[in-house]
Design a protein around this ligand. Sequence first.
Ligand code: HH2
Length: 261
Amino acid sequence: MIGILNVTPDSFSGDGVIEAASAVAQARRMVAEGAALVDVGGTSTRPGSEGVSLDEELRRVVPVLEAVAGELPVSIDTSKAEVARRALELGAVMVNDVTALRGDPELAGVVTDGGAYLCLMHMLGEPRTMQDDPRYDDVVSEVVRFLEERLAFAVGAGIAEERVCVDPGIGFGKTVEHNLELLARLDELLALGRPVLVGASRKRFLGRVLGDPQAVTGPVSAGVAASVLAYERGASLFRVHDVREHVEALRAAQAVEAVAS
Ligand code: HH2
């Protein structure tokens, strides 16, 4: 389980904290609730967002990383090589890049040199415009092909394949139907031979499935259902806001599976 720690004023779920002290408290709580990793991010990638400058991103995440990265297992949610470099120096163990190494040409080298784990995520377009009428012939095979190509790129850049996980990028350039199809056919991503990470937590498609066409978030309960279904289809990493609820739900799902197998 990966707990989300948004050090932002504008994250879509409204959970962002900008005060280092509250961020640290939130990180400790998530680990106590069962998170194996805390994913620290200093820039919102919600639909329509513009991104922030390097200085601003560093100003947000460095104090939090200084306080927690030595004490707790931390990943850094960034596409910027300099942010990743500082985070790894401060003790982060994974880089979570929503651009899958397409955003900053220096990032692959930073991951290689730091011996870090890496998450490669699929996104169609960029956050500012990604929800403007995204189209695919077959969303699942296109996402698989993209991740396969990015995985080969990462390995070619010297990143150890066994350190990489892949993520279909729920909500990143996808309609409600695309997100549902990716979850329904998540097992097709297992062909890549890497652990599959899913981030459905509180995302807007869940609110829209429940009948609100203008929803910008979805309820925790619906996110938990999506994670359990993803788990059943082979996902092994879950990036979530609500750690306790997900840990409990997945433990129950595991107990059922243990009897079934
Ligand atoms: N989703 C968000 C951000 N980073 N990284 C991965 N690997 N997978 C995801 O699905 C993913 C991600 C968006 O969620 P959040 O961080 O809560 O919101 P915001 O970007 O608005 O801060």
